[in-house]
Design a binder for this molecule. Structure first.
Ligand SMILES: Cc1cc2nc3c(=O)[nH]c(=O)nc-3n(C[C@H](O)[C@H](O)[C@H](O)COP(=O)(O)O)c2cc1C
Length: 324
């Protein structure tokens, strides 16, 4: 087993991190997946600081929703306004954030155009100034999530060193460039090169889909931790499985019944957070995923997608269990 992952003054019980994913890693999903075990740290989705300090309404409530057992939790923020981001970081620290993560990897055009997300990779001085401002504003660790570079030529190695010198406690690298977005394969060699240049923990991210791939990421790059995104949406047991493998414990595939229970737990958390009917409607986003994972078939999936009431969905889940 790897040595414990320490990020600043925080020691994690597992070096496995749930990636921030907009629209997915909200409180209901985090709570459902944490119950399965293996996760050392989870993240919120990227948060616009304006919506934290100045916004209101249902969206803000949903993004900020958490509970005492939803820890350790990293809040990821994005933007370029150092004062606004620092104030937001302070506010989030007061709410019990374990750490603050600065997004320097989002490739979305509307974000990059404003110089935020991966746009900061084009202005490394500004990126370091912003990070340093936030580090000084809070007593909890501040981390950064980067792409491997803007493009193949313009890598982030120098930026990583400068961020370390300015108090950033850990860096996560998604081994794709901004221009790659999600295409091609993650470049683990780029992660290895970055690790060679800094002393702070580096978390490797990109294309980890199984315990054996996770082990390869650790051994090929020398990373201190790994972060899993998309694979966790398809297989929420992945953290438990990787954790077992790293500790020499054989992992057991989840049964169909466990998958159904997981889906129900997730669904109930969504309804409890959003109320009815919104919780049930928002759950529609997850139905195709669960239908595939449980081999429910297209007809069942389409039938579930027609249902707008929470009680009807509950009855349908009960029918599925009885038919099984
Ligand atoms: C739907 C979706 C939403 C994402 N949202 C965020 C986000 O809010 N912040 C962030 O830093 N990265 C975000 N990412 C990128 C992931 O955190 C991760 O870096 C990327 O998916 C690569 O990891 P993976 O191969 O394990 O999925 C998102 C990815 C997906 C697929």
């Amino acid at each position: 087993m790897n040595s414990p992952l320490r990020i600043g003054n925080v020691t994690l019980t597992s070096p496995l991190l749930l990636a921030p994913m907009a629209g997915y890693t909200d409180w209901p999903f985090r709570m459902a997946i944490r119950c399965l075990g293996g996760i050392g740290l989870a993240y919120t989705e990227m948060i616009d600081p304006k919506s934290v300090l100045c916004g209101g309404g249902r969206k803000r409530k949903a993004i900020l929703a958490t509970s005492p057992d939803d820890r350790p939790l990293g809040y990821q923020i994005y933007g370029t306004d150092a004062a606004l981001m620092s104030n937001t970081a302070q506010w989030l620290a007061d709410q019990g954030a374990t750490l603050i993560d600065i997004n320097m990897g989002c490739p979305q055009k509307k974000i990059v155009r404003r110089g935020s997300g991966a746009g900061l990779l084009k202005t490394p001085r500004e990126a370091v100034r912003l990070a340093s401002h936030i580090v000084k504003a809070v007593s909890i660790p501040v981390t950064v999530k980067l792409r491997s570079g803007w493009d193949e030529e313009d890598t982030d190695v120098a930026l990583a060193s400068a961020l370390e010198e300015n108090g950033i406690a850990a860096i996560t690298i998604h081994g794709r460039t901004c221009l790659q977005r999600y295409s091609g394969q993650a470049n683990w060699e780029a992660i290895r090169q970055m690790i060679a240049r800094v002393k702070i923990p580096v978390i490797g991210n990109g294309d980890i889909t199984s315990p054996s791939v996770a082990q390869a990421m650790f051994s090929e790059t020398g990373c201190a931790g790994i972060m899993v995104g998309r694979a966790a949406l398809k297989n929420p047991w992945i953290f438990r499985d990787i954790h077992s493998t790293l500790n020499g414990i054989p992992f057991i595939m989840p049964t169909w019944q466990e998958k159904l229970e997981f889906m129900r737990r997730h669904f109930e958390a969504m309804v409890s957070q959003h109320g009815e009917p919104i919780g049930a409607l928002l759950f529609h986003r997850w139905i195709p995923q669960y239908s595939r994972g449980m081999n429910l078939g297209r007809d069942t999936m389409l039938a579930l997608l027609q249902i707008r009431e929470a009680d009807k969905l509950r009855r349908h889940f009960q029918d599925l269990e009885e038919q099984f």
